[in-house]
Design a protein around this ligand. Structure first.
Ligand code: P6P
Length: 342
């Protein structure tokens, strides 16, 4: 039987990749793995336990809060707080950053931004959902973590990853030395290395977008959708349209099979819908490490300098050739501001 390598063994083994590493990042990633296993357990019995449905609260995004959202948020905050390796946490579920206020954590050198349960509108209909996380080295020199610690461009991320609660539960992450995927084996309660050194195909035949918003899309995006639908044997078109409505699930499928996920600006989301700091940036870090690309439509996602914690961004992410095709069409069909002003 092939030797199984657990997440814990892998993290320790790769710790050697980081000179001067004293194990803090390793422990931080392990803390995330522990919280993931706890959330996995609840997600997989949501249909049984009284954890379905809504709490009756509305979060800062104006979204109805699902019980599992709150549960996941609490579990990750607790694991990160107890672990002592991060001094502050930013969560989609919390308007302000959470200071991890204990003697050990105050000296910790990392901050973690996370979407504890993305796609939660799918919980009650048993569709895959996910957790997304992003880790930065704090920029503040001492004392409690600060908002500025989170307002760093995605290029500064130390690590990023997601947990996908799907037909199996997987944890996929990068520390800047490639992308590795681990599948939870519930029989031993361990994440085991199942997808070493993940690389996304340069070309893909899948496009993922909510075409219900078509009329509001920028012209270049409309042209890309039509491009995907044209018959052309040489480029294996038409492509397939696949859209789950859960970013982590759509991203993960395209990462493995090749494809492009698009969330452009729409009338409901004039700045895009996905959050820069704890959704776009972590997935952008992963896709670049896997040989793909992530763009706002005109700029590399990882180079956007955030100005607020929950700011949104348009997102075009996946196979390099497909993202570049979208960027080309957006550039070609964008109306220069001056001309538009006439
Ligand atoms: P729409 C889920 O609510 C989410 O934030 C992402 O996971 C998903 O990709 C997107 O919204 C779906 O949005 O507008 O297509 O329903």
């Amino acid at each position: 039987m092939a030797q199984v390598k657990t997440l814990g063994e892998f993290i320790v083994e790769k710790q050697a990749d980081f000179q001067y590493s004293k194990g803090e990042l390793s422990r931080l990633l392990s803390d995330i793995g522990i919280a993931a296993k706890i959330v996995h357990r609840e997600v997989n019995k949501a249909g049984i336990a009284d954890i379905l449905g809504e709490t009756g609260d509305v979060n800062i995004q104006g979204e109805n809060v699902k019980k599992l959202d709150v549960y996941a948020n609490n579990q990750f905050i607790a694991a990160l707080s107890v672990g002592g390796e991060c001094c502050a946490i930013a969560s989609e579920e919390n308007e302000e950053i959470i200071i991890v206020d204990n003697s050990v954590s105050a000296a910790a050198k990392y901050v973690v931004a996370l979407d504890p349960l993305d796609g939660s509108s799918n919980i009650d209909v048993n569709v895959s959902i996910g957790t997304i996380f992003s880790i930065y080295r704090r920029t503040s020199l001492s004392g409690p973590g600060t908002l500025e610690d989170f307002l760093q461009p995605g290029t500064e991320q130390v690590a990023a990853g997601y947990i996908l609660y799907g037909s199996s539960t997987m944890m996929v992450y990068t520390t800047g030395k490639g992308v590795n995927g681990f599948t939870l084996d519930p029989s031993i309660g361990e994440f085991c290395l199942s997808h070493p050194n993940m690389q996304t195909p340069k070309k893909g035949k899948i496009y993922s977008i909510n075409e219900g918003n078509y009329v509001h899309f920028p012209e270049g995006v409309k042209k890309f959708i039509k491009y995907c639908q044209e018959e052309d044997a040489a480029t294996e078109r038409p492509y397939s349209s696949r859209y789950i409505g859960s970013a982590v699930a759509d991203f993960h499928r395209n990462l493995i099979k090749g494809g492009v996920f698009l969330y452009p600006t729409t009338s409901a989301s004039p700045k895009g819908k996905l959050r820069l700091i704890y959704e776009c940036n972590p997935m952008a870090f992963i896709i670049e490490q896997a040989g793909g690309k992530a763009s706002t439509g005109s700029k590399r996602i990882l180079e956007v300098v955030p100005t607020s914690l929950h700011q949104r961004s348009p997102l075009f992410i996946g196979s390099k050739d497909m993202v570049e095709k979208v960027e080309d069409l957006i550039a070609k069909h964008s109306i220069p501001a001056a001309k538009a002003a006439k």
